[in-house]
Design a protein around this ligand. Structure first.
Ligand code: SF4
Ligand code: SF4
Length: 250
């Protein structure tokens, strides 16, 4: 069989592996954007607050911080009033940290609002340098997936680069440990202007499961301030893709 025929045969057998529309895709069974019902809690009930491993939930009124949530689903499971439900909505990132807090009421996608100058500069091509700052590597695996045949972010101009000197955006994962603070700063300083920071995962946004660990030094995040916060533990590649497409204005 010639190479051309073999290629056609493989194509026929495997079909189209790429996700045609990254905006429309919804992974089955995904635990995404939570929604909190308006029915009142039973008096004295704090089952969800107690069950949450990352203190993401506050009571009276009930609110859930996507920036701390690890999407374990325990709060929905233990609530006797079934007030909390996880939807399959993947678009959860926001440019404002406060917008990551979900309140009672209908599901609402957090907004991403970036300056027109950013969209003009990066709307057609976005080069990203990833720095892992003390996390578990699951975020990195999902970021890697963005470049695979399924998600194929390159078709939208999104590419990972090896050097911060070639990068427009620094994608930070992990809770930012003391051991990594100099490396993160060095990478940031090496990037040309204009540049921006993207905080990916509960660890980067809030410290996540490691929020009280003594080995963290998160001053860099406070000083630079992420342009976009991407929730998840780890975030689904579609969540990251949607956030980056929003930054680009695509
Ligand atoms: S799904 Fe999120 S808010 Fe609910 S218990 Fe798990 S970490 Fe906490
Ligand atoms: S956010 Fe979750 S998946 Fe990402 S590094 Fe932290 S613990 Fe790992």
């Amino acid at each position: 069989m010639t190479f051309k025929l073999l290629t056609l045969r493989v194509r026929q057998d495997q079909g189209e592996q790429f996700i045609k529309d990254l905006r429309a895709a919804r992974p089955a069974g995904f635990r995404g954007l939570p929604v909190i019902d308006t029915t009142p809690c039973a008096t004295g009930c704090d089952a969800c607050v107690t069950a949450c491993p990352t203190a993401a939930i506050t009571a009276a009124p009930l609110a859930l911080d996507l920036g701390a949530c690890v999407f374990c689903g325990e709060c929905a499971r233990v609530c006797p009033a079934h007030k909390i439900a996880m939807t399959t909505e993947v678009a959860m990132a926001s440019s404002a940290r406060a917008e990551l807090v979900v309140h009672e009421g209908p599901a609402r996608r957090p907004p991403i609002d970036v300056a027109a100058a950013i969209r003009k500069a990066f709307g057609r091509s976005l080069k990203l340098r990833q720095v892992s700052a003390g996390g578990c590597n699951a975020c990195e695996l999902e970021l890697n997936a963005l470049a695979n045949v399924n998600f194929d972010a390159q078709r939208h101009g999104i590419e990972w680069v090896a050097s911060p000197r070639h990068a427009d955006g620094l994608v930070l994962t992990g809770p930012l440990t003391k051991n990594m603070q100099d490396a993160v700063q060095l990478a940031w300083d090496a990037m040309p202007d204009p540049k921006f920071l993207v905080a990916v995962g509960a660890c980067a946004i809030s410290g996540g499961l490691y929020r009280d660990a003594p080995g963290l030094a998160r001053d860099f995040l406070a000083k630079v301030g992420p342009l976009v916060f991407v929730p998840g533990c780890p975030p689904h590649p579609l969540t990251v893709a949607q956030a980056l497409l929003d930054v680009m204005g695509r």
